[in-house]
Write a protein that binds this ligand. Structure first.
Ligand code: IPD
Ligand code: CA
Ligand code: CA
Length: 269
């Protein structure tokens, strides 16, 4: 993808993400239709569906040869990352959307033949857009984000992770993860993977760890984090597969390396 094409797609995607956000803000206090998916706490609302439909319809009518990989069923069934693929989470942090009416984001990652070209994460209620184009840096609204510092002390790091790590689970021995939480300065859980990636890119948290995410949760975040010198891998340090669910470790390389080597590798079952 050349720069002109990337710029053109970026400006369309940005326009649509703002429009979608505006619609959500307008309807934020309307009564919600809430359904559940894989379990009683896996929520989906009419707003998740209508936001995805809005984005998918615009993409399909404007870019007839592009593909869509998305959460709520308006995308394509893909078995490869060939071509231009929009990876969309219409509302990331649906539980926050339902319970808090804030702290959720629209997330769009745009890939060309498997290479992340554009990342957009829109914190809807705060009207803050995190964005990146490959090779051109990352932005929070119009402000360029600085490169991540490589001299952060481990004991001063803030790590974002949810409680699944700390309870008995089949992937890691939770004792090592409890030690990690004690060894760093602090731990956080925000309830929106997309925002957690954005916060890593912004340098306000130093690592985000999760046992299982789908491509639409991490696609945009990966692109944005790359642009500030951060890294995104599985919890074993391997590259992410953009077509399936995976564990994710993302963050400042100097912290990420230590977390994987000194905690996760030891904790891994
Ligand atoms: C979820 C959120 C949450 C993460 C879950 C995701 P959703 O996305 O990002 O923070 O822990 O794994 O599924 O369902 O709100 O789009
Ligand atoms: Ca999500
Ligand atoms: Ca979602």
């Amino acid at each position: 993808m050349n720069k002109a094409q990337r710029d053109m797609i970026f400006s369309q995607a940005t326009k649509w993400i703002y429009e979608a956000g505006e619609q959500i803000r307008k309807q934020i206090h309307n009564p919600l239709t809430i359904d559940t998916k894989s379990n009683a706490n896996d929520l989906v609302t009419e707003m998740d569906r209508s936001t995805e439909a809005f984005l998918a319809n615009n993409i399909k009518s404007t870019f007839t040869d592009h593909f869509i990989l998305s959460e709520e069923g308006y995308g394509d069934q893909l078995d490869s990352m060939n071509g231009i693929v929009w990876i969309i989470d219409p509302i990331d942090g649906t539980m926050n959307f339902v319970h808090q009416k804030r702290n959720f984001a629209i997330s769009i990652g745009i890939f060309n033949n498997g290479i992340g070209e554009i990342g957009l994460i829109y914190n809807v209620m705060e009207d803050v857009l995190y964005s990146a184009k490959r090779g051109e840096g990352a932005y929070k609204n119009n402000k360029k984000l600085p490169q991540l510092h490589h001299d952060i002390l481990f004991q001063e790091a803030i790590v974002s992770m949810n409680h699944f790590w700390l309870c008995e689970n089949r992937l890691v021995d939770e004792k090592w993860m409890q030690k990690l939480v004690k060894d760093v300065r602090g731990s956080r859980t925000y309830g929106s993977a997309a925002l957690e990636f954005a916060f890593v890119a912004e340098g306000i948290i130093d690592s985000y760890l999760t046992l299982s995410l789908s491509p639409w949760d991490y696609a945009a975040g990966m692109v944005i984090i790359n642009e500030v010198g951060g890294v995104t891998t599985t919890i074993d340090g391997d590259p992410l597969d953009m077509l399936s669910k995976t564990s994710v470790a993302s963050g400042n390389p100097c912290i990420q390396e230590k977390i994987i080597a000194n905690y996760i590798k030891k904790a891994r079952k």
